[in-house]
Design a protein around this ligand. Sequence first.
Ligand code: SF4
Length: 179
Amino acid sequence: MPAALVASGWRNVERAALAGGVVTGLTARMPDPRRHRSRTLAPDLAEVEAVYAELERRVERLARDCRLSTRCCRFQLTGEIPLLTRGEALLAARGVRASGRKALKPHPQGACPLLGPEGRCLIYQRRPFGCRTHFCRAAGGVMPRALVADLIQRLEAVDEKLGGDGSRTLPEAIAAVLD
Ligand code: SF4
């Protein structure tokens, strides 16, 4: 078990803490929509995509891989729900719209609302950070915090620029920006 584990991106922080983990500071901030009303989102969403791309490079170097088991998408089994910053939620919402949906529908078995009927993520290319850091044991367990702390800080910086109020659970975060 690594000495320092990262728990950012998932709700069940207690589990990581019990495993000696470190919960990152996705602190609560009061939203101020006036701050970004007139700004284009493109640079901020590009930064979120750049963070994801860098994460994928690091994951590849560690020879870790998503096996598409979808276990981490089955919240009812794991008791864990990804947490999203505002930039992640906005990017995921674009994926939701691109899939033809206008709103999130609860999954009939309590899994992620973005787990499609064929057992595939509907927004896989735009899936959030927490879905990419492979908390799942099959992919090697929780990634060491030192490997991703800077990327989490970049997501937090985007969140602040967008007037976000810190991370929210995936269904809440995406529903809030789909309107
Ligand atoms: S967004 Fe996609 S990868 Fe993430 S939990 Fe939902 S279905 Fe799974």
